[in-house]
Design a protein around this ligand. Structure first.
Ligand SMILES: C[S@@+](CC[C@H](N)C(=O)[O-])C[C@H]1O[C@@H](n2cnc3c(N)ncnc32)[C@H](O)[C@@H]1O
Length: 304
């Protein structure tokens, strides 16, 4: 089962009332959504997920609480377009990014470097691009670039070189074949600390699901959709996502540098948004749920 991360904190920061209209962009197994639904007895919840298996489970859970929700089986890159068809503004938006524990645990999804599975990593199984395509058909140069930018992998060159050599002999079919190639191409000391395939797998997953571009677009759309006094909560799991969130929140909440010295700021330059919080899980949560160790929650509120 999926253990929700920063659950209480994110729900509290959404600052909901019984009539709130809320969007959960990452329904997953409805850990957050079920808590939201309990709080909005006369409101409405729209919940996105691109994973049909998660949706079936989430729906079973939500319908026991209430029926004032709609699950939208789409990528949240379509957030604005889909919500605008239904309503104009919303009071709360949540992103709990990444993959869920069941997605990681299900052997056949290919997200985990601990389990043997076909190279897949698609969150949406109707999509064409999979990890197999990236690993076997991307040029060595493109692979290196992806491992560097999406994995911050310092052995990107060596790993890409190893992949390119290995696939000349035979296509790379499974996650554990890929793990072996990674292990064979990084120094011994690199294998001692954390798993040597961790960053490569993160990079390929981001590429397969176009995660950073999708998130950037959706977060900007969320800022447009949120009503005055409404809040957006974002839970990220690695520094690349967090950097995007921090940068976008700063852009919309800061007074431009050249105007900071003005004694009175003209109304039209007042930022529309205010950053409310930036927090990490408590020690207790990390002890209970190791997956939360890299999580960060950022919260922004629309002021005008
Ligand atoms: C970390 S889980 C969410 C867990 C959920 N908050 C809970 O407590 O049960 C992330 C979920 O978001 C979904 N997801 C990730 N990126 C998505 C995207 N771009 N569009 C739609 N769903 C996405 C994944 O399929 C996964 O089910």
């Amino acid at each position: 089962m999926h253990e929700s991360v920063l659950l209480k904190e994110s729900i509290d920061y959404l600052n909901l009332n019984s009539k709130s209209i809320v969007v959960d962009c990452t329904l997953g197994y409805a850990g957050h959504s079920s808590n939201i639904l309990k709080k909005i007895k006369e409101g409405f919840l729209y919940a996105f997920d691109q994973d049909k298996e998660a949706i079936i489970k989430a729906d079973e859970r939500l319908k026991k609480i209430n029926t004032n929700y709609e699950i939208i089986n789409k990528n949240f890159v379509n957030l604005k377009e889909e919500i605008k068809k239904r309503t104009d503004k919303v009071d709360g938006i949540l992103f709990d990014l990444g993959v869920s524990s069941p997605q990681l645990d299900e052997d056949y999804r290919g997200f985990s470097f601990h389990k043997d599975a076909p190279l897949d990593m698609r969150m949406n199984k109707d999509q064409k691009l999979s990890a197999y395509e990236v690993v076997n058909n991307y040029s060595k140069e493109d692979l290196t670039k992806i491992l560097k930018t999406y994995g911050e992998e310092k052995y990107a060159n060596a790993i890409a070189e190893g992949i390119a050599k290995s696939r000349e002999k035979k296509k790379i079919e499974t996650t554990l074949e890929l793990v072996e190639i990674i292990k064979a191409n990084v120094p011994e000391k690199y294998k001692r600390d954390k798993h040597p395939a961790r960053k490569t797998f993160q990079a390929i997953r981001i590429e397969v699901n176009d995660e950073l571009n999708v998130f950037k677009k959706a977060l900007k759309d969320a800022l447009d959709l949120i009503d005055v006094n409404g809040r957006i909560c974002v839970i990220t799991f690695h520094s690349l996502e967090d950097k995007i969130c921090k940068q976008i929140f700063n852009e919309v909440s800061n007074v431009p540098k050249e105007l900071q010295s003005l004694p009175i700021l003209p109304e039209k330059y007042k930022p529309k948004y205010k950053v409310i919080a930036h927090i990490k899980p408590t020690k207790e949560e990390i002890e209970k749920n190791n997956r939360s160790r890299s999580a960060t929650l950022r919260v922004i509120e629309r002021r005008i």
